[in-house]
Ligand binder design. Structure first.
Ligand code: 5GP
Length: 125
């Protein structure tokens, strides 16, 4: 079920628990700003989730409330992960679902990184 992205941050959400090390993940990258790990239900040959290290529900929350250093560090981390996965030459797609219409299910801001094959049209028709 898509979330109500205007609710307060829920410290018990699954990505918060992954960040705290309470639940395992297949980690691909970590720095002071971000953690990246494989999606549990991949929808492309490469499907990595990149999450910021901070309590932000959504893109809306992150873009409005996060400090500049975290936003910059997060964006650099996403780019680093994409290059590290070998996707910078063939290309890739980034996706951030936001709120109900965006279909966001996990209430901790995250970017999906898809790659490894031509990804087709931007949206299902
Ligand atoms: P959203 O719809 O919120 O943008 O995407 C949430 C994503 O998180 C989905 O692609 C889903 O497969 C992934 N996911 C949900 N629970 C877990 C989990 O426990 N571990 C990992 N690695 N991915 C998860």
């Amino acid at each position: 079920m898509p979330i109500d992205a205007k609710l307060p941050y829920d410290e018990g959400n699954i990505f918060a628990r992954i960040l705290r090390g309470e639940i395992p993940c297949k980690k691909v990258y970590e720095d002071d700003f971000a953690l990246a790990f494989h999606d549990i239900a991949p929808q492309a040959p490469t499907h990595v989730l990149v999450i910021p290290k901070g309590p932000y529900v959504s893109w809306d929350d992150f873009s409005a409330q996060a400090p500049d250093a975290l936003i910059a560090g997060f964006v650099r981390a996403v780019g680093h992960v994409a290059r590290d996965q070998g996707l910078d030459v063939p290309g890739y797609r980034l996706l951030a679902n936001m709120g109900q219409d965006g279909g966001q299910e996990v209430p901790h801001f995250h970017v999906h990184l898809f790659g490894g094959r031509p990804l087709g049209p931007m949206l299902a028709r």
